[in-house]
Design a protein around this ligand. Structure first.
Ligand SMILES: NC(=O)c1ccc[n+]([C@@H]2O[C@H](COP(=O)([O-])OP(=O)(O)OC[C@H]3O[C@@H](n4cnc5c(N)ncnc54)[C@H](OP(=O)(O)O)[C@@H]3O)[C@@H](O)[C@H]2O)c1
Length: 461
């Protein structure tokens, strides 16, 4: 392997025993608040009280308890509401106390690990952990939690009174030797007309051909004929100002900016469509907001009537709304959840998942390691990983891959962000290299390995 190239790492479960680590020590007389968001919360309180903890059921933590157990992750509330309420409860806990977020490995999918990993980075003085509980029956759960608190367990699936299983980035894996070139004939690629997913869609077209349906919110705005070509926002804004003057029109800066962005989006969409067609595949653009359930149902029904059932899915749609967890609003979290979480839910409801032979979800290293300012993004991506694991279980014949990408040299990584990563010594994934890794893992990777981390520094963090 070229040591300068971004490498890929598998994600493997590692078993930790109680005496391997002690993330926090909670004396048996400590005070514990258990949030009343799940019907089993009362039994957890009773079991903790029997062991000697001063345990109390609370609607909201009041910042006085040594530890807070958040049970909202065990409820089946809609994802954005469930994750927002977990964040709210964590924010109300004592900053130097312990917070544990409970979640299940089964439906509904959960991204609370992304929250615990991020909060540990934002609040280094607190002890925030996510505990996955396979058996949500009240008695099993209460006993597991009592043991986990006594042992001061960190993140992981509580596998028994003495053990937890933690998904960890394993050793670098070698590129697959052979690719399955007979991939699906109809691919749906969300976010695939722009950004790094577009590069992946083009590479996919080269490898397998077929029909590639690209979905994004932008419309394919035609270029203004009298406007010279430009491919960066600053230059194009200047050209539009001059163009407006020539036409004698008074246009506001906000309108100039909107027009410039729409023109660039239209040009990027046409470029991607042309590149896919040049690679020998059929390319179709669907102007579609993945977060809009009705639009997804109607558009995908029409597209599947025209091109046949979707048998390959690449879910790359995503947006950022970075801000520290303490300052984050529910509207921002919902904006980040809309394309990734609502988007995938809407798409899986509009196609027949049993027909999928390949599915790839674009997550981020932020979900796997946590990242300051990205609590919502880390949760949405960790939710995608959880949905990927569930999809792999329910469609055993399909190749399902969740890519926890490190930063790329493109897409949402603009010059400012690139400088930020550079200053931290985190190398960027070159776009052509990332696209090749995507195709080789999706078409040739180990079927048993659903998640992988890609990106040098992030994989060894
Ligand atoms: N670039 C990186 O370094 C990096 C690292 C880790 C993970 N990722 C993940 O990789 C994916 C692509 O990232 P990128 O860097 O290429 O970002 P980008 O340049 O901002 O592109 C995002 C793409 O998602 C589409 N999109 C956003 N919201 C949508 C919605 N509601 N419905 C349909 N399409 C939507 C956008 O198209 P419209 O604007 O036209 O809707 C665009 O094509 C994202 O999921 C991101 O989280 C990227």
């Amino acid at each position: 392997m070229d040591s300068a190239a971004p490498y890929r790492c598998d994600v493997r479960p590692v078993v930790w025993h109680a005496d391997d680590t002690r993330a926090f020590g909670l004396a048996p007389s400590a005070s514990v608040h258990v949030t009343a968001q799940s019907p089993v919360a009362g039994q957890i309180v009773d079991a903790l009280a029997l062991t000697g903890y001063r345990a109390r059921l609370v609607d909201r933590p009041d910042g006085t308890a040594d530890a807070v157990i958040v049970t909202g992750g065990l409820s089946d509330a809609a994802p954005a509401a469930r994750h927002w309420s977990a964040l709210q409860m964590a924010k109300l806990a004592r900053r130097d106390g312990a917070v544990t977020l409970l979640l299940q490995p089964r439906e509904p999918a959960s991204g609370l690990e992304g929250l615990s990993r991020t909060l540990r980075k934002e609040w280094p003085e607190s002890q925030t952990f996510a505990w996955t509980v396979s058996d949500p029956s009240a008695s099993a759960l209460a006993s597991l939690i009592t043991h986990a608190l006594a042992h001061g367990f960190g993140d992981g699936e509580l596998a028994g009174s003495q053990t937890r299983v933690v998904p960890q980035a394993g050793a670098p894996i070698s590129p697959p030797e052979a690719l399955d070139s007979a991939g699906p004939s109809v691919w749906l690629v969300t976010g695939g007309a722009r950004g790094v997913t577009a590069a992946c869609a083009i590479e996919l077209a080269r490898a397998v051909g077929g029909t590639i349906l690209l979905a994004g919110r932008s419309v394919e705005t035609p270029w203004i004929e009298s406007l010279p070509p430009a491919d960066d926002l600053k230059t194009l804004r200047g050209l539009l100002v001059a163009h407006g003057r020539q036409q004698g029109a008074r246009v506001s800066p906000a309108e100039i900016d909107r027009t410039a962005r729409a023109l660039l989006a239209g040009a990027e969409i046409r470029e991607t469509l042309a590149a896919i067609r040049a690679a020998g595949a059929n390319a179709v653009y669907l102007a579609l907001d993945a977060g809009n359930a009705e639009a997804v149902a109607a558009t995908l029904a029409a597209a599947q009537r025209a091109y046949g059932p979707v048998t390959g899915l690449v879910h790359g749609a995503g947006v950022l709304a970075d801000k520290l967890a303490m300052d984050k609003t529910e509207a921002e979290l919902r904006r980040v959840f809309a394309p990734k979480v609502d988007g995938l839910t809407n798409i899986l409801g509009a196609i027949d998942p049993a027909r999928l032979s390949h599915a790839a979800f674009f997550s981020s290293a932020a979900a796997f390691f946590g990242n300051r300012g990205q609590a919502d993004y880390a949760m949405a991506n960790a939710w995608l990983a959880s949905a990927g694991r569930l999809l792999a279980q329910s469609t055993p014949g399909a190749q399902v891959k969740v890519f926890h990408w490190g930063p790329w040299a493109g897409g949402m990584v603009d010059a400012a962000l690139a400088g930020h990563f550079e200053a931290q010594g985190i190398p960027l994934i070159p776009v052509d290299e990332g696209a090749r890794i995507f195709v080789s893992e999706l078409l040739g990777g180990d079927r048993a390995q659903v998640e992988l981390v890609v990106g040098e520094a992030w994989a060894v963090a």
